[in-house]
Design a protein around this ligand. Sequence first.
Ligand SMILES: [Zn+2]
Length: 364
Amino acid sequence: MKAMFRSSNRLTCFVGGVWGTVLVMLALLILGLLSGFVESPFGTAALPPQPAQVSVPLETPAPIVVAARLAEAASPTPTHVVPTLVFTPTPTPLPLPTQPKQGFSIVETPHYPPTPSPTFIPTVVPFMEGPITIGKSVEQREIQVYRFGTGASKRLIIAGVHGGYEWNTVALADALIEHLTANPQIVPPHVTLYVLRVLNPDGYARSFGYEGRANANNVDINRNFPVDWAESWAPQGCWSHLPITSGPHPISEPETAALIGFVVQKRIQAMISYHSAALGIFAGGVPPAPQSASLAKALAEVSTYPHPPINTGCDATGQMADWASSLGIASVDVELHTHYATDFQENLRVLDAFFAWEYFQGSK
Ligand SMILES: [Zn+2]
């Protein structure tokens, strides 16, 4: 230092020279340290943080965009393809069944299948029906009828009133039932025909001889009807091969009751009762009722059965034909020619005449 002071005189010339220069440089150094533009040789620990470095703006990542464009150019398929609109009809989904909502099940209308409303289906009545049981005999045999047709005019053929003794009338009834079944077209639309094949099934089962005439109570059914009924009758001119009765009172026999019930219930308008043998065609009623006489005449015109019938002089009582005629029913007895033949062809003509017959008040 002494040297430095010793030479201060010389340095004095350097105040504006060497020392001045040093002083200026020191001043600049201090100013630079204070302003931060000159790095401190003492480290940066003593310097405040430099927030200016954080504020440097970031660059946009341009290289990514470039890479995407390069990939686009390298692709052989253009990425901007206008899509071709192909209209594919999408099936409309069917509505799902409505689920009943909780708490609203009463309000919801259940999707039950439609209930068919009650419709009256016309009842188809078959052309033929039978056998139909209308009652039972004394020995509990069934009394049966067959029905043919559905017309309003109800007509009835009865056989076997005198059981086995007149068995050929039952054979005729069976033949007619078979014929009607095979030829339904012969029944006119306005007619319903009933055929009762055997009214006295007990007598029919017992014998084809004299013993087969009465029912199981030894009653002649054709003396048991409630018109001109009598407890007994004079034998002159009447069937008298065996003792036979008219029953204790009219309609005492179940066979009689069955027939009366059927005729009344069905409102039978005309009836033929077959017997044998040989006496001809009888009209019901004493004297003959007009409708019964008309029917007897119509049947006689197509047959060889005697009419007026052969009069044997028998005063018959309690007869079926007389009872029916008293109710306005056209009722006749037809006696076959023999005790063994059905006279089938002749009775086909009688059947046609029976179908065609109509009674008009006042006609003869
Ligand atoms: Zn008879």
